[in-house]
Design a protein around this ligand. Structure first.
Ligand SMILES: Nc1ncnc2c1ncn2[C@@H]1O[C@H](COP(=O)(O)OP(=O)(O)OP(=O)(O)O)[C@@H](O)[C@H]1O
Ligand SMILES: [Mg+2]
Length: 250
């Protein structure tokens, strides 16, 4: 049985009396690809914030590879192997695609150093590998600012891959993408799974259908349901919650 990579116990956060997350017990096995669903305001982003240290819980704990990481600084958690992509691309517009990946490569903390320091053969291969994975190998010398919105999102995924995280957290990675780009992103996510673990929040049900194995549904900061997408879609409690919204894409 695969080991548990991420676990939360009674995870709770109270924002001045408003409980955005209440007693969430969650567990993820190494190598899993888990989709988090839930209507607007369900606490999905808050959950990612709590895991990555951006928000400190009022109660409860977060464990990564068995280590209690509750309350640690986001930077420390990132160094332990948790990589997160926020919504919308955060890239260096004035640098080329290649340079964006280079500055992100593990160990190259200083931008200047990574730009002028000669890369080892292994580093170059690893970078080319990432550029291929994100579909931008032929555009590596392009300035990042001329990429399409979707390509910029991929570049940011590439920058995340360059840090070689064991757990990748993606918050709505396909926002603003065309249907074609969304499909390609689904393929990318499946490809980068490998020995990694991926946690993804997404509203686009077509994308969810493409990638999902196990789905966890949150509602009003609490656990609502978990199972295959089919089980989730046939779950009366989930249907009830989503009926209040216009549809699953709400
Ligand atoms: N820092 C904060 N202070 C106060 N309330 C907050 C804070 N962050 C989030 N909330 C509230 O917590 C609830 C959950 O928000 P969250 O952003 O986690 O939802 P979400 O599931 O990601 O929604 P969406 O699908 O719209 O992205 C919302 O009601 C939100 O207004
Ligand atoms: Mg959100």
């Amino acid at each position: 049985m695969a080991e548990t990579i991420l676990e939360t116990k009674e995870l709770t956060v109270d924002f001045n009396g408003f409980k955005a997350m209440t007693d969430l017990d969650f567990s993820l096995k190494k190598g899993e690809l888990r989709v988090i669903l839930g209507p607007n305001g369900a606490g999905k982003t808050t959950f990612m914030d709590l895991i990555t240290g951006k928000t400190k819980p009022t109660k409860g704990s977060v464990f990564f590879k068995g280590e209690d990481i509750t309350g640690k600084h986001p930077h420390e958690i990132a160094l332990l192997g948790v990589g997160r992509k926020f919504q919308g691309p955060n890239i260096f517009d004035n640098m080329t695609v290649l340079e964006n990946i280079e500055v992100s490569v593990k160990g190259s903390n200083k931008i200047i150093q990574s730009l002028f320091h000669r890369k080892s053969k292994e580093d170059k291969e690893a970078i080319d590998n990432i550029l291929t994975q994100i579909g931008l190998i032929d555009k590596k010398q392009y300035p990042a600012n001329i990429l399409s919105h979707g390509e910029k999102q991929w570049l940011e995924i590439g920058m995340l891959l360059a840090l070689d995280p064991e757990l990748i957290i993606l918050d709505e990675p396909t926002t603003g993408m065309t249907a074609d780009e969304t499909y390609k992103t689904g393929e990318m996510v499946q490809q980068m799974l490998g020995d990694r673990t991926i946690l993804v929040v997404e509203h686009d049900m077509e994308f969810v259908r493409q990638i999902a194995k196990t789905v966890t549904v949150l509602h009003q900061g609490r656990f609502l349901a978990e199972g295959s997408l089919n089980e989730i879609e046939n779950n009366p409690r989930v249907q009830e919650v989503y009926l209040k919204e216009e549809n699953m894409d709400a």
